[in-house]
Design a protein around this ligand. Structure first.
Ligand code: C2E
Ligand code: MG
Ligand code: MG
Length: 493
């Protein structure tokens, strides 16, 4: 009897012990799985984290014998706009749904990762471009679930960069970087490509890009960004009425760099906001000094200076307030400053643009549509824009001199007049162009034929002694020194 009960107690103990052991093992397996998931998987999409992805790419390439792979970098166009307008929550839901879509549609054997924000990276088993294109199209064909997260007519678009991996021993980070470079260059090229394949030429660009991005903060602190002024003349009197402020990077090693070297990159990484503010403040300081110098003069010479405003700024809801506050600090009437917004912005988002333009105009600034005629914006858009000035793009003026072209330019000038806007001809390089535009009734001219962009001291000298300056014979090209020799450019200061 005693023996029996001893056995029963023992049995109970053993089964409790086994149960506890089983529970602990299950908990351990669960914990390990959870740990693996949270360490190696992105919370939002369930795809691999970058660190794990790079490690897996390395392993996969090592194992691959004759199989060839490509690395694909993908991001959503205007994702920043989507989160700003439709909210962070919707943005997150969109990323999560895209994660599931990519997992379902990627070919077997692919590695998928969310790199950061809306940026994804995939390792795909193919280097044949048409095959890859098909795969990417399938993976990015959004389903109803995703469409539901976006407004009815919003079309989600992606930018894609592809790097065909030739050397399986190449560092995965370099591989990813190359696919990203291809994507970025494809997106920012004049003719944006949906899928852009990496070429060796891009390697050189990406190195330059890295150098520039690495150096920008230092350069900013060491005052290497300087402002040049390109005078604007009234066509009728040929008198200077103002200037356009244009940024230059007086790089200690590379020399004087023009904006084409760095502005596109700064637009991508947002640094342009700092540059625009620096230029704007410099303009206010210049106008302040100019106004003070005019105080005791009988015949005062008013000046209007224009500054370029990057598209990045339009996402800042306080932009008009910030600019107005800076102008107030120097007691500059906002009407003496013109804000140039490039025509290509009209392609972005009309509502946002109009809102920002109205705020800037209500703050008292004048607004001009820069590079008009360079893009595809419709003429009818002009009537909706609260702009005061149209700047005809230099390409627009680069005509074959046919009668048809003259009719078009003439009509744009007349239309601007009817809409109460002034016209500026930009990029006038010779007497023929100048005479033609003057005859057509264009109001203001800015171009190398009259004066090139110059450092502010030189512009001040020119304003003080306009008679000493024969612009049309002026051959001291500031631009010849640009890009090559910063020291030479100092001569102009
Ligand atoms: P933009 O605003 O259209 O400026 C006019 C550009 O045309 C300037 O180039 C000027 O030097 C050039 N230009 C003027 N007259 C002539 C001419 O007769 N012939 C030729 N071939 N070119 C002429 P730049 O200074 O290289 O600037 C290029 C672009 O960079 C600007 O185009 C503007 O979009 C951007 N940029 C310049 N400064 C800034 C800035 O401070 N902020 C922002 N966001 N963008 C800037
Ligand atoms: Mg401009
Ligand atoms: Mg322009």
């Amino acid at each position: 009897m005693l023996k029996n009960s001893w056995f029963t107690v023992n049995k109970i103990f053993i089964s409790i012990f086994i149960t506890i052991l089983l529970i602990l093992t299950a908990a351990l397996i669960f914990a390990v799985r959870w740990l693996k998931k949270s360490l190696f998987r992105d919370d939002l999409t369930g795809l691999l984290t970058t660190k794990k992805f790079l490690a897996e790419v390395k392993k996969t390439l090592k194992r691959a014998k004759n199989v060839q792979y490509s690395l694909v970098s993908l991001d959503i166009n205007s994702f920043r706009y989507i989160t700003q307008v439709f909210g962070q929550d919707n943005g997150n839901k969109l990323l999560s749904e895209l994660g599931s879509l990519f997992s379902k549609t990627a070919p077997k054997g692919s590695l998928l990762c969310r790199n950061y924000n809306d940026n994804f990276a995939f390792l795909i088993k193919s280097t044949v471009l048409p095959v890859l294109e098909d795969i990417i199209v399938t993976m990015t064909t959004v389903n109803g679930k995703i469409k539901k997260l976006l407004p009815q007519h919003f079309k989600i678009e992606f930018s894609v960069g592809v790097y065909e991996i030739k050397d399986p021993n190449e560092e995965p980070l370099m591989i990813l970087d190359k696919a990203q470079t291809a994507r970025k260059l494809g997106k920012s090229s004049l003719n944006p490509k949906r899928i852009c394949v990496f070429t060796s030429q891009m390697e050189i660009n990406s190195q330059l890009e890295k150098d520039i991005i690495f150096d920008m903060e230092r350069a900013f602190k060491e005052n290497e960004f300087v402002v040049y002024y390109q005078p604007k003349f009234l066509f009728n009197t040929e008198k200077i009425i103002g200037a356009e402020a244009l940024v230059r990077w007086n790089h200690k090693k590379r020399g004087l760099l023009t904006p084409s070297y760095f502005v596109p990159m700064f637009e991508k990484n947002g640094f342009i906001e700092k540059i625009d503010l620096l230029v704007f403040e410099n303009v206010c300081q210049f106008l302040d000094r100019w106004n003070k110098s005019q105080k005791d003069k009988k015949e005062k010479q008013p000046l209007t200076i224009s500054c370029n405003l990057s598209r990045v700024q339009l996402y800042n809801p306080d932009v008009a307030k910030i600019y107005h506050n800076i102008a107030s600090k120097y007691e500059i009437a906002p009407s003496k400053i013109e804000i140039e917004l490039t025509e290509s912005l009209m392609m972005d988002n009309k509502e946002r643009l109009l809102k920002a333009m109205n705020e800037i105009k209500n703050a008292g600034f004048s607004i001009s549509v820069d590079d008009f005629g360079s893009g595809f914006s419709s003429l009818s858009l002009l009537k909706d824009l609260p702009a005061n000035v149209i700047k005809l793009d230099k390409e627009f003026l680069n005509t074959q001199n046919t009668e048809k072209e003259h009719i078009i330019i003439n009509s744009v000038i007349n239309m601007a007049k009817n809409l109460d806007m002034a016209t500026v001809a930009e990029g006038v390089e010779d007497a023929k162009q100048s005479a033609l535009l003057k005859k057509m009734g264009c109001d203001i001219v800015q171009g190398y034929f009259y004066a090139k962009p110059m450092p502010q001291n030189k512009f001040k000298e020119l304003l003080d002694n306009p008679d000493n300056f024969d612009s049309k014979k002026n051959d001291d090209s500031t631009d010849k020194t640009e890009k090559t020799d910063a020291k030479k450019s100092d001569e102009h200061k």
